[in-house]
Design a binder for this molecule. Structure first.
Ligand SMILES: [Zn+2]
Ligand SMILES: [Zn+2]
Length: 167
């Protein structure tokens, strides 16, 4: 490749990288603003830590535990503690911003998808998958109990373990 080619091309590359970094930065600000609004709409004061936690849950539909979230965020946020994460997620759940999945008796899992759906815990690998429901589960109205939350849990195999011939 002639040297002249690079001489002509590289200033364009620098401009492109510069424009890309501006648009990345704008995108980041828009997403952070959307996450702040999501919290404010649910009457949650959007501190920097709360926004970071909510953004993590909105970005990761893997039903993470407190330990998962701590491992992911603590390198960037050294003042974050597991207790803060747990208390913040409890607040988010009380305000209806997330739901707490208790299918795993050892660890609570957290879900930013608050639309009605069931969960399956894989008996092989422990992964928790969303299971869409045909109809929301409704009590028949004959109970004297007051229902404050509904969770639908299934046990079985996740798609990966189901398709793994070595299981
Ligand atoms: Zn599995
Ligand atoms: Zn879910």
């Amino acid at each position: 490749m002639p040297a002249l080619f690079f001489t002509i091309i590289w200033p364009f590359q620098i401009v492109l990288v510069f424009l890309q970094s501006i648009s990345d930065c704008n995108y980041y600000n828009i997403v952070m603003k959307q996450t702040q609004d999501y919290l404010i709409e649910r009457d949650i004061r959007p501190s920097a830590q709360r926004v970071a936690l909510m953004k993590y849950l909105l970005d990761h539909h893997t039903h993470p535990t407190v330990d998962d979230i701590y491992a992911a965020l603590s390198p960037e946020m050294p003042t974050l503690s597991k207790t803060t994460i747990y208390n913040t997620l409890k607040l988010f759940a009380e305000k209806g911003a997330i739901s707490i999945i208790t299918i795993d008796s050892r660890n609570a899992h957290f879900d930013s998808n608050v639309e009605p759906h069931g969960h399956l815990r894989c008996t092989q690998c422990g992964t928790i998958c969303d299971i869409p429901l045909k109809e929301p589960v409704m009590p028949d109205g004959n109970s004297q109990c007051v229902i404050t939350d509904t969770q639908v849990y299934f046990h079985g195999l996740c798609p990966n373990c189901n398709h793994n011939p070595n299981r």
